[in-house]
Design a protein around this ligand. Structure first.
Ligand SMILES: NC(=O)c1ccc[n+]([C@@H]2O[C@H](COP(=O)([O-])OP(=O)(O)OC[C@H]3O[C@@H](n4cnc5c(N)ncnc54)[C@H](OP(=O)(O)O)[C@@H]3O)[C@@H](O)[C@H]2O)c1
Length: 266
């Protein structure tokens, strides 16, 4: 029996990619779902599919997490419905590509709000009840970009670094209350992320599927891990570079990820 059977999960960023796969796999495991993202039509279609494929209980709540009040609204929605949330999945997020000084400041502000501030906000709100009940799980979707500085996606990688360190530290704080926290660290994954972040296709040549990444995350959380890197090659690369001096890692990443003329045609 799944750990989350007949329990409620909140999944942010459920309208696409990894979040959608997480929602599908949880519904297949008998979990009741609150799904959120900005695109209402996508959420409605997914909710209909999960109800018909898995007889799932699904609530949807469209929300723009770049708005500072949004996490509070979501929390009030679940409280108002009497929903006891045993699994919080902070998955919504987006990236960027290029030289930081040339990017839009509004884009970076929203990125920090969605990838970091909303994660802190939702985690703080839902954690209180989990600690009281001595039961609950939180997944925060970080990235392999979290483990080192990454020029050309500098702000994005730093947001994911926050997510990873926050998750791992929190996991230790709340372990004694029976609450689990996991950082899921995907490498390149075949979703809408690349297009939205305007990252070159060459960075996604060996991308994993969203289904595979979602399964890795749920299995790791079920197994009580505090972080997981999806894919053995991603795991190897991430840990191998930790043996090398940090400035060298940043310099090599810049050489690998820097814009190339061939990117225009990819
Ligand atoms: N794909 C990769 O290569 C990769 C690698 C490592 C980590 N990740 C992480 O994985 C997570 C999921 O990304 P993905 O790859 O599945 O990308 P995706 O297909 O673009 O999905 C992103 C999800 O986040 C939601 N979202 C974005 N901005 C939002 C906002 N302002 N308010 C509410 N929801 C918002 C989107 O929904 P709406 O647009 O409908 O709002 C969508 O459901 C992200 O945290 C990302 O950083 C991705």
């Amino acid at each position: 029996m799944s750990r989350w059977q007949n329990r409620w999960a909140v999944v942010t960023g459920a309208s696409a990619g990894i979040g959608q796969s997480l929602a599908e796999q949880l519904a297949a495991r008998g979990t009741k779902l609150v799904l959120t993202a900005r695109r209402l039509d996508r959420l409605e279609d997914l909710a209909d599919k999960l109800r018909s494929d898995h007889s799932a209980t699904v609530e949807i709540y469209p929300l723009d997490l770049s708005k500072p009040g949004a996490p509070g609204e979501l929390f009030a929605f679940t409280q108002g419905k009497g929903i006891v949330v045993d699994l919080l999945i902070n998955n919504a997020g987006f990236g960027s590509y290029g030289e930081f000084h040339q990017g839009s400041l509004d884009w970076f502000r929203d990125m920090v709000q969605v990838n970091v501030s909303a994660v802190v906000d939702l985690t703080h709100r839902y954690l209180a009840g989990m600690i009281e009940r001595r039961r609950g799980d939180i997944m925060i979707v970080s990235s392999v970009a979290a483990f080192q500085p990454v020029p050309y996606i500098s702000c994005y990688a730093a947001t994911k670094g926050f997510d990873l360190l926050f998750s791992e530290a929190l996991a230790e704080e709340v372990r004694r209350y029976g609450v689990r926290v996991l950082a899921l660290c995907p490498g390149s994954t075949d979703t809408e992320f690349m297009t939205i972040a305007k990252q070159p296709a060459r960075m996604f040549r060996f991308a994993e599927s969203a289904d595979k990444v979602a399964r890795t995350g749920l299995d790791a959380l079920e197994a009580g891990k505090t972080y997981v890197i999806s894919g053995w090659w991603n795991y190897f690369q991430t840990h191998a570079q930790r043996l090398v001096p940090r400035p060298f890692v940043a310099r090599s990443a810049a050489a690998l990820l820097g814009p190339r003329e061939s990117d225009q045609s990819s």
